[in-house]
Design a protein around this ligand. Sequence first.
Ligand SMILES: [Zn+2]
Length: 326
Amino acid sequence: MAAGEETIALPADTLSVTLLATAAPADVLSLGVRDPGRVLVDPTAPEGSLNRVLRGQGLVTGVIPSSTAALPLASSLAITAVKLASASSEPVTVSAWVKRAEAGRVPAVQELPLAVLFVGPPPPGFDVALGELGRIWRAAGIEVREPVRLPVDGPTRVAVDPALGSDSPAVGAVLRLSEQAPPGTLALVVVQDLGLAGGELGLWALAGGIPVPPRAGTARSGVVVGARLLARDPIWGGQIIAHEIGHALGLYHTTEGPLVNGALHDQIDDTADCPAAADRDGDATLSASECDGHDAANLMFWGTPRGATRLTVGQAAMARRSALVR
Ligand SMILES: [Zn+2]
């Protein structure tokens, strides 16, 4: 079932178009995007499209461009939202944000307004983490200003369903606290513990989506961080939050860990790719040590190894197109 296709005109100075489609929580949603000459996002295979989009449960986000191949942008886009598994009769609502800049040139410097929502006491070392993530993004032309800090009521422990990831109801519930953040800020929700349901494995942080939409109060509106792990190593914690902010700004992993029909890479043309052949131990996963010399030092390498903080010129420019920075 598809919502009607809508065509939006893009002014010549457009930097990016961020999309958000919502329906009932059980609906699996996808996006379709075409310009007059080509299909940018195929709604039936969004992850494999020229400009990748990850399908989502209840709501889906996407940004054009997240791929070098989507540039330059055309003068219009035809947009549709599709239910891949139709569980409800609720109509799909689609919102689009067009970000523009003078002459359509990506500004050299942008600012990311951040709001930190603390569920419980701020963890020791939080400011060290904040300093580290500020340093990483400053090198990419994004200034993270001193954030607004707010205590909020919410769950102290968030259990992520490993099969659902960011689609987990517990993640959505905690990210909806972003409603309490000042308008125009990216919410960083700090809970006591972030973990996988049914497991002991701790998680550091998780972004609500790639990208996070420029609207507060949705189940994808921010980044959730676990205080306990952050306190253990605030420098690494800051690097991991910086990685999740990268997802929020629309960046994908330079290389994904699991090999599925080969290696999967981002769609930015100046990032190094770790090839499938690098899997020396044959465990069908590309580890940081196997990808040393390729992209293991990149901030957006999948495993977020400690010290991986580099961003390429292409990634930095893509991030500065985000609707979350200005
Ligand atoms: Zn990641």
